[in-house]
Design a protein around this ligand. Structure first.
Ligand code: ADP
Ligand code: MG
Length: 221
């Protein structure tokens, strides 16, 4: 298994608060990784650094051979657009666009719009009859399925998901996670997912735990 993402010695502080204090790990192509840790332990901060939404103070993040921390703003934006798919707890769909337009939005920006792939994703995610609706006309579970389609439509190598089922009831969240894991596996993408839930974390290939600014492999419990 070749390495997609390699992180070494990552540090990040907000003022006097040292959130990440030397975080290192690697993620092979196609693998899924659960990131757990207490509230405020820095999970979202770490995910944002990997997603090039924010820059670390020190350390290196290499994605597909590209050192993210050396890119300028434009380079980081291009990397986010082309190589990464993001799924957030709050869905973050664009309210003025239809389901269909939301799904293709990032792929169009990346100049990789593929209508057949969009149709496949919409079908698998149960969205084929909802393509002309607007986000406010959808349930939470439907909105998150649109967000998953959008994250996968441009065929990124890495999906970053921050508590993707955190706003859904358990049954809906389980169904959404089933689809996310199936589609990530089928498309060959790697997944890094933040979750509070040990039950959900256990469904991914690996689990790491963030505590006191450092990552440790999860040993059970
Ligand atoms: P988690 O996702 O594990 O709950 P976060 O990464 O959101 O944790 O936050 C880790 C710590 O960093 C918290 O103490 C939080 O208050 C602080 N923090 C996060 N983002 C910012 C920011 N933009 N400015 C200042 N402090 C922040
Ligand atoms: Mg968080």
């Amino acid at each position: 298994m070749s390495i997609l993402l390699q992180i070494e010695g990552l540090t990040k502080a907000y003022g006097p608060v040292a959130v990440l204090q030397g975080v290192s790990f690697g993620l092979p192509h196609g693998q899924s990784l659960a990131l757990t840790g207490e509230s405020g332990s820095g999970k979202s901060t770490l995910l944002h650094l990997v997603g090039a939404l924010d820059a670390p103070d020190n350390g290196s993040i290499v994605l597909d051979g590209v050192e993210i921390s050396r890119l300028d703003d434009a380079g980081r934006a291009a990397l986010r657009r082309d190589r990464i798919g993001l799924v957030f707890q709050q869905f973050n769909l664009i309210p003025s666009l239809t389901v269909s337009q939301n799904i293709s939005f990032q792929a169009r920006l990346a100049r990789r719009h593929d209508p057949a792939r969009d149709a496949m994703l919409a079908g698998r995610l149960g969205l084929s009859d909802l393509l002309h609706r607007y986000p406010e006309e959808l349930s939470g579970g439907q909105q998150q399925r649109v967000a998953i389609a959008r994250a996968l439509a441009h065929a990124p190598g890495l999906i970053l998901a921050d508590e993707p089922t955190g706003n859904l009831d358990e049954a809906t969240g389980d169904a959404v996670l089933d689809l996310l894991l199936e589609l990530v596996a089928e498309t060959g993408a790697a997944l890094m997912m933040v979750t509070h839930s040990s039950r959900l974390a256990a469904r991914l290939d690996r689990r790491v735990h963030l505590s006191r600014g450092q990552l440790a492999p999860w040993g059970g419990g």
